[in-house]
Structure formats: C-alpha cells, structure tokens
Design a protein around this ligand. Structure first.
Ligand code: FAD
Ligand code: UDP
Length: 388
C-alpha cells in the first residue's frame, strides 16, 4: 500500500475529478475505491438491452454558468447542443394538456388564453420586471389579488402535488432553495436552464470518467466498499496500516462513522424503465406529472442524448420515497433542514479530527449540488491541496 499517497473514495464527479487532477497536476499516486461495479457515480450511463443509451440513476443534463468547469470538462468530452425543455402534463378541458415548466409567459397563455394572459403578463412585468425569475413562494406573497390568484393556480397545478410526491412535504415545508430551482419565469424562453453552457456529452457520461481516470498514476478498484478497508480510530488506517496521505471521501458522511449519531435522512427513488417499439414516446425529454400519477416525471432518453435508433425508445418513470438505508437503496436527495444540517454537522466535526480527510461531493457534504457545482468544488479542493 505504501506506493499510494492519495486515497479517493467514490468514482463519481467528485472522486474522478479530484483523482485525475491530483495525478496529472500533482504527480500523486492515487488509489480510487468505488463500491459499485462501474465508474461515474449517479451520472453513469450505458446501453440497455435494446441498445438505447440510458442514465441508470436518473436523467442528467449538464448545464453551468462556470466557464472554468465547462472548459475543464471539455478536455474530456465534446458536447451536443441539447437545451433541456420540460412540460407539465395536466388534465385539461379536452384531455391532457402540456404547460412549459418553469411556468412562464407561454404557459400563462396556454393556461388562460391570450386575452387574460396578456393582462396578467402586464401586471407581472410591472410588479417584477421582464425576464425576471420569481419563486413560487414569493409570488404567493403578492398583495395584488389577480397575481395572488395566478400564484395559487401555479402552486396547485405545478408545485404542490409534485413536491408532495418528491418530498412527502408541501413546498412551504421544504428548503426554499429547492423550489427556487424551478421559479416562475417572466419570459418566453421555454428552456429548463438558462446557463450559457449546456448540453449532453456527445458520447455519454461514462467515457468522461474513463478518460479522467485513465492515467498511469491512478489505480481504480471497483466493487470495493471503503467501509471494509478504511478504519477511523485514533489514526486513519487503510487495510489495517496507518495511511499518511490525503483521503478524499465522496460517500455519505454518516456511513463513514457507522451512522453512530443516527442516519442522515434522504429521499430515494425507484426507477421504472420501459421500452417501446417506436421512434419516440413523448413530446419532450422530460414530462413532469404535476397533478396526477404516482410518479413525478417521465424521461425519454433518446430526446436527451440525440441517439439515432429507429423503432426503439426507452423511458424512465421516477417514484420517490423515504430512504431507509436498506442494501441496494441509493440516498439520492439530502433532506435539507435545520435538524438534519445539525446532525450532519456532528459527522463533519468528527471528520475534522483527521486533518488529511476531506469530505467532498453531494453525499459527503449533504447538499443538493448539481454536477457542475461538484466539478467546481473538486477543482477548488485540488487547487488547495496542490498549494494554489
Ligand atoms: P455520486 O455521483 O453519488 O458519487 C459518489 C460515488 O461514491 C458513488 O459512485 C458511490 O457508489 C461511491 N461510494 C459511496 N460510498 C462509498 C464507499 N463506502 N466505498 C466506495 N465507494 C463509495 N446534476 C446536474 O447537473 N444535472 C442533472 O440533470 C442532474 N440530474 C440528477 C437527477 C437525479 C435523479 C439525481 C439523484 C441527481 C441529479 N444530478 C444532476 C446531480 C448529480 O447526480 C450530482 O451532482 C453528481 O452526480 C454528484 O457527484 P458526486 O461524485 O458528489 O456523487
Ligand atoms: N418542482 C415542482 N414541480 C415541477 C418541477 C419542480 O414542484 O414541475 C419542485 C419540486 O419540489 C422539486 C423542486 O422543484 O423537487 C426542484 O426541481 P428540479 O427539477 O430541480 O429537481 P431535480 O431535477 O433535482 O430532481
């Protein structure tokens, strides 16, 4: 073991970027341990039995405003120009109807017809400004009765039931930053994200990880749970021997310490894949079911990836529920609130006792981070570890 000077636990974006940078820029000898039998963490993609490129752990669309992150990843992949668009499928007067999400001026017209929409649009723009994003919680505070009535419509038709399915709680009960991810947008821009850099990796996500970790100084061991290899006692041991190098841990913080203060609460997802003998299944990459059905959304992978495969298409339905920690379950979404942050703080304080141990990533930091934020944080940590 002596020849490794760095241990990275987890081969998602946090682990792969850190390992790649420490090896390339720092000349470090890195051992990467990954519990799953593949690279990529939750961004892993692969061909299914029908030859459709799928995202095993839920739909992943890359978007960022961070030029450094975009340029960095662009060394490892080309991008398609995909711009994600989502609609809410809701029961309408004549069968189902589709409203753009985030709810915007196009949704307004689809919901209320041109005349009423025009009057509301003028009011909204006078109150908040053109092209502005207003959270649903903020819109509900409007003193104007017509705007307040519109806010109730959007709350009822887009947010309340979707949020109940996803979180088991109402929008006003969860972290306000979560619903703020999908604001009401006073614009005709129907894209889900407005970031200047967005798209899908031209050959998928998994090849990014293969390239990041393809370096003579990096050894990757798949199917290796760090819990069986790492001991955090008076000192840090790897396979029973003291390990003096840096340790970057990207798994769940509670698991690192045997959940001794109790489990950190998460939501998990059950994914149902269905394949159809036709070119396409639905109108958009993702359709949200904001009023009915048990699942939150349906994603059609070919619409995201641009894969050309006539006569076959695979979709995914997402069902959310409480995470119990049972084997095989994945903790997908941290449930951010004061009590859970305090519990996380107890684990983070334990980790601080080991100066060479770094908690990095969506799981290890117990945060709702997108991929670009993780890549940015991994680059910042490597800058720090390499001294600037
Ligand atoms: P992960 O990807 O979770 O990687 C952690 C890795 O550590 C895993 O491979 C895990 O197996 C491994 N590990 C954990 N514990 C151990 C252990 N004890 N020993 C060994 N290995 C271990 N972001 C976007 O930007 N755009 C999107 O469209 C998007 N969609 C998403 C959809 C869903 C359903 C979910 C859940 C997330 C989505 N994200 C999206 C967020 C994105 O998945 C994360 O930001 C990113 O994957 C986090 O990378 P990570 O390395 O921190 O964590
Ligand atoms: N949300 C909603 N209705 C929608 C889309 C989003 O109520 O049609 C709320 C819901 O609470 C969700 C949150 O906004 O959890 C964030 O949505 P986002 O699409 O960013 O979630 P993710 O893709 O990370 O699952």
């Amino acid at each position: 073991m002596a020849h490794y000077d760095t241990l990275v636990i987890g081969a998602g974006f946090a682990g792969a970027v850190t390992a790649g940078e420490l090896a390339r820029r720092g000349g470090r000898n890195v051992l990467v341990l990954e519990r799953r039998d593949h690279l990529g963490g939750n961004a892993y993609d692969c061909l299914d039995a029908h030859g459709v490129l799928i995202h095993q752990y839920g739909p992943h669309i890359f978007h960022t405003a961070d030029r450094r992150v975009y340029d960095y990843l662009s060394q490892y992949t080309a991008w398609t120009g995909y711009q994600h668009k989502v609609v809410a499928s809701i029961p309408g007067p004549e069968g189902r109807m589709e409203l753009p999400v985030p709810f915007n001026l196009v949704s307004l017209e689809a919901a209320f017809g041109p005349d009423k929409a025009k009057a509301l649009e003028e009011k909204l723009i006078a109150a908040y400004g053109a092209e502005k994003k207003v959270t649903i919680l903020e819109l509900r505070q409007s003193p104007d009765p017509e705007i307040a009535a519109l806010a109730e419509y959007v709350y009822d038709h887009v947010f309340v039931r979707y949020t109940m399915k996803q979180w088991g709680q109402k929008p006003e009960e969860i972290d306000p930053n979560t619903t703020a991810r999908v604001p009401v947008f006073l614009s005709r821009d129907c894209r889900y994200f407005q970031d200047p850099y967005q798209g899908m990796p031209a050959k998928g996500y998994t090849p990014i990880f293969q390239r990041l970790l393809d370096h003579p100084n990096i050894t990757v061991e798949l199917g290796q749970d760090a819990a069986a290899r790492l001991t955090l006692g008076d000192q840090l041991l790897l396979d029973g021997e003291p390990f003096a190098g840096e340790v970057i841990y990207t798994g769940a913080a509670d698991e690192l310490f045997g959940c001794r203060f109790g489990r950190l609460p998460y939501r998990t997802l059950d994914f149902r894949f269905e394949t159809y003998d036709r070119d396409f299944y639905q109108s958009h990459g993702t359709v949200n079911y904001t009023m009915d059905e048990d699942f939150t959304r349906i994603t059609e992978f070919k619409r995201l990836t641009g894969q050309e495969l006539p006569g076959k298409t695979t979709i995914m339905k997402e069902f959310s529920r409480a995470y119990t920690g049972t084997a095989g379950e994945v903790p997908y979404y941290a449930i951010i609130n004061d009590a859970n942050n305090a519990l996380y703080g107890q684990y983070a304080a334990l980790a601080e006792r080991y100066p060479s141990l770094h908690l990095l990533g969506r799981l290890a930091e117990y945060k709702y981070y997108n991929m670009d934020a993780i890549v940015g944080r991994a680059l910042a940590l490597t800058d720090k570890l390499l001294g600037g």
